[in-house]
Write a protein that binds this ligand. Structure first.
Ligand code: HEM
Length: 151
């Protein structure tokens, strides 16, 4: 089970953080060449394909993480510091994603259905800010996770 949990955990983290990195450093600057309406449509189509993966990941990451803690470490008390930090960074990232989906992405969807483009762009910008924060937290979490055993 340990290998399965570790594989699911590391692949989930890679897909989520890698996807945010690509969106932030490559797709966003490239999309600025488009007119506002095309840009908002492009981002809506992008999120509609990426967010179902993120929903699966926000379930898989904690399930595999606590599975690992149980199978590889035997639920230690106290928890190793790096796992403790990873856990709380992870729950912060998950909460931010659920928040952005339930508020800004839903509002962006509603505005786009009515073709209210500037309003939809406002929510797109809010999503961008939260994704930047989550990207920074995700990179930090990976550093903590992979260097923690050497502290
Ligand atoms: C949500 C709660 C989480 C729990 C309970 C958890 C738990 C764990 C545990 C027990 C390990 C094994 C640690 C070791 O072998 O020293 C691990 C490894 C790892 N975790 Fe997490 N984790 C969580 C969230 C996250 C998040 C959000 C990320 C990244 C976005 C992440 C990235 C990693 C990585 C990359 C490893 C592999 C480290 C390595 O073997 O070098 N984890 N996690």
């Amino acid at each position: 089970m340990t290998l399965l949990f570790l594989a699911l955990h590391v692949l989930s983290a890679t897909i989520w953080v890698g996807g945010m990195f690509f969106a932030h450093v490559a797709l966003r600057p490239a999309s600025l060449q488009l007119e506002l309406e095309q840009r908002v449509d492009l981002w809506f189509a992008t999120f509609s394909r990426f967010f179902p993966w993120v929903w699966a990941i926000v379930i898989l990451l904690p399930v595999s993480g606590y599975g690992l803690l149980h199978s590889a470490f035997g639920n230690p008390h106290p928890m190793p510091t790096h796992i403790h930090i990873m856990q709380w960074l992870g729950w912060t990232m998950i909460s931010l994603f659920v928040f952005l989906f339930a508020t800004h992405f839903r509002k962006m969807t509603t505005m786009l259905k009515k073709r209210l483009i500037p309003e939809a762009a406002l929510y797109l910008n809010r999503i961008r800010i939260i994704v930047s924060i989550n990207l920074a937290l995700g990179l930090l979490t990976i550093l903590v996770a992979s260097t923690g055993r050497y502290w």
